[in-house]
Design a protein around this ligand. Structure first.
Ligand code: SF4
Length: 256
């Protein structure tokens, strides 16, 4: 039986075993192990963590598909970095975009920028522009690789190396779970990895342009995401079950 055929219980057990195994490996080893297990998809938001993973996949020629959610509301700097990364690492980054009909329906109901008006409207926009494209990006995948780190927010403090995503019936692998931001920055500098220029302008976490602002000194890394909402657990729904994301005010993917 391959992982592709494995039922949820088997995947749940495998995730627990993997979590312990991954801890002892370096980044390339973690990604290589993920790729051995089945069809592996890495979703990148082009954030600094994700660029570290993209660089490792490209440099080590790992058989991992790289995908991104082109929401239609990204910063120009983020969109430019997609092409730059493809060229630099000789890889293809698959773009998954929202359906125009869904965007039109959203705009008719809430207004194009209706996400500022309520948490419900914001989650509805993330659903159309992120979650539906994410479902397409992950269709048929066995492994989902993300750039989640424990240090990104209190919400992510318990991020494991491997976990079973019951909603999507796949194993999610977070190979940077134990990296801190200083290690990320040092690695980016030593490997000359291309990163979003917005990071240097006060944006440690970058999502859609209308929903991301620069942070002030001392603020948490993700404080600039959906800043007008008050709940400290703001997420877009990429990394929490969607039904749990509805009443919450933090999610992505990124990514994410
Ligand atoms: S982050 Fe903002 S613009 Fe992007 S999908 Fe979510 S609500 Fe819409």
């Amino acid at each position: 039986m391959t992982l592709h055929d494995a039922a949820g219980q088997d995947r749940l057990g495998l995730a627990a075993t993997l979590d312990a195994k991954l801890e002892s490996l370096d980044l390339a080893g973690r990604l290589a192990l993920a790729a051995e297990l089945g069809r592996a998809v890495f979703t990148t938001s082009l954030g600094i963590e994700d660029q570290v993973i993209t660089a490792a996949i490209g440099t080590h020629r790992l058989p991992v598909e790289v995908s991104t959610l082109e929401t239609g509301r990204l910063f120009k700097e983020t969109v430019d970095l997609i092409g730059e990364s493809e060229e630099r690492y000789g890889i293809e980054i698959h773009r998954f975009r929202p359906e125009q009909d869904d965007i039109d329906e959203y705009a008719a109901k809430y207004g194009l920028n209706g996400f500022y008006d309520s948490v419900e409207a914001r989650h509805a926009c993330c659903h159309v522009r992120k979650l539906k494209p994410l479902a397409k990006a992950l269709a048929g995948a066995d492994i989902w690789i993300t750039g989640l780190r424990r240090g990104q927010s209190g919400n992510r403090a318990a991020t494991p190396f491997a976990e079973y995503d019951a909603e999507r019936n796949l194993i999610k692998i977070n190979p940077l779970a134990d990296w801190d931001i200083e290690t990320i920055n040092a690695h980016v500098a030593s490997e000359a990895i291309p990163v979003n220029p917005l990071h240097k302008r006060g944006y440690p976490s970058i999502g859609c342009e209308p929903c991301t602002r620069a942070i002030k000194p001392g603020e948490p890394e993700r404080a600039g995401r959906w800043w007008w909402e008050n709940d400290e657990k703001r997420e877009c729904g990429l990394h929490v079950p969607e039904n749990a994301a509805q009443p919450i005010v933090e999610p992505g993917p990124q990514a994410n």
